[in-house]
Design a binder for this molecule. Structure first.
Ligand code: SF4
Length: 381
């Protein structure tokens, strides 16, 4: 079976006849395509790295360059050699000028049609996506755990709306399974410099329900376990399906298992995350993973109502520490925050105060709090 790569096909159609390696404009070269977060062109501008994203106009957020149906913007990177804002905007304009001549036909060809299955097998084309100090790995796009505050939907729902206008596919009802992820990963582990690999819910939980049937996350872990070099590996989840793979994680030379846990109150959890594992299940998972010798961590994002002391106690099993992040927009969760019991939790002030209270409580309990993408020591050789 030949798998589709619908987003990759759209990108190549929009950019045709250009291919990776070609110049889009003087000094601007398109090197590679990233489709795990939508459409991102990894380019260089006079030899300096520059990532340019295309999003549907409906999802434009601070973009300054537009075509008829798309917005074009550059992604902030971590390199000190980044182009200036003016240079980046000029590069976006060059991409937009090329795409504008093709987008109407390319988007019409890419329209998915209303009868597409909710679970699709696709080819992602790549497994590891370079995030500077680590690689992101996600065998799935879309997540049927379907938390309504999930900010991943802001990346994917506008594309679904643009490409499947006849369909009604709310976040949480569909998933694309990148069935080539294990084979791509096997190849990339031989070619790329080792860095930590993070399987985390930026765009999809690695242990959402479809994993029980397809086992793509497991296959990827097996590829990592069999690699000729050791690769630090992190798994972050809101599901306890990861239990099925504890032995596999234990067998990796350096593995971290983390849970996202935004509250210790299971009634609150059921209101905001009805399809995720219960609070008790996630805490028990941390305990069991730590007892099995795995490094454990936790992420609290967003902050949800519930007693801070109980949350702090639950997080004591995250021995490698806790990362805390506030609500990044309500996304589709507005009606959940409308309930009188939860209204206060949508405000930035409450989110910040709750985060501060949790930090102080964790400090008193001796649980480290970390910032950024990786727990301390994970990036160390
Ligand atoms: S489990 Fe994670 S990726 Fe899935 S919907 Fe919830 S927040 Fe989003």
């Amino acid at each position: 079976m030949t798998l589709d790569d619908p987003m990759g096909a759209l990108a190549f159609d929009l950019l045709a006849p250009l291919r990776p390696g070609d110049a889009i404009a003087a000094g601007l070269r398109w090197l590679a395509l990233r489709t795990d977060l939508g459409l991102v062109l990894q380019c260089t501008l006079d030899g300096r790295p520059l990532s340019i994203e295309l999003v549907p106009r409906a999802a434009a957020h601070g973009h300054r360059v537009f075509t008829e149906q798309l917005a074009v913007g550059h992604l902030a990177g971590t390199s000190v050699r980044e182009p200036s804002a003016g240079e980046a905007i000029a590069a976006c304009e060059a991409v937009a000028a090329h795409v504008a001549t093709r987008e109407r036909d390319a988007i019409a060809r890419a329209r998915l049609g209303a009868a597409r299955p909710r679970v699709r097998s696709v080819a992602g084309g790549r497994a590891l996506h370079d995030c500077g100090d680590h690689y992101a790995l996600s065998p799935y796009r879309g997540c049927t755990i379907g938390c309504r505050f999930c900010y991943a939907q802001s990346r994917w729902q506008p594309w679904r709306a643009l490409l499947q206008p006849a369909g009604d596919e709310p976040w949480g009802t569909w998933v694309d399974a990148c069935e080539d992820a294990p084979s791509c990963l096997q190849r990339e582990l031989e070619q790329l410099p080792p860095r930590p690999i993070k399987l985390c819910p930026i765009v999809a939980d690695p242990y959402q329900p479809i994993e029980r049937r397809l086992r793509l996350t497991r296959l990827c872990l097996e590829v990592i376990a069999a690699a000729s070099r050791p690769w630090p590996t992190l798994v972050l989840t809101r599901s306890d399906l990861v239990r099925d793979d504890l032995a596999l994680l234990q067998a990796l030379p350096r593995a971290w298992l983390g849970v996202s846990l935004p509250t210790a109150d299971d009634e609150v959890r059921a209101h905001f995350e009805p399809r995720a594992a219960t609070v008790a299940a996630r805490v028990q998972l941390l305990r069991d993973a730590a007892a099995a010798g795995l490094r454990t961590f936790a992420v609290v994002q967003p902050l949800l109502p519930g007693p801070i002391d109980a949350l702090c106690e639950a997080l004591q099993h995250a021995h490698a520490g806790v990362a805390i992040g506030t609500l990044e927009g309500e996304q589709d969760a507005g009606p959940l925050f409308d309930a009188p019991r939860y209204r206060h939790a949508r405000s930035d002030d409450w989110q910040r105060a709750q985060a501060q209270a949790l930090r102080e409580s964790l400090a008193r309990a001796g649980v480290p709090v970390w910032h950024g993408e990786l727990p301390p020591e994970c990036g160390d050789p």
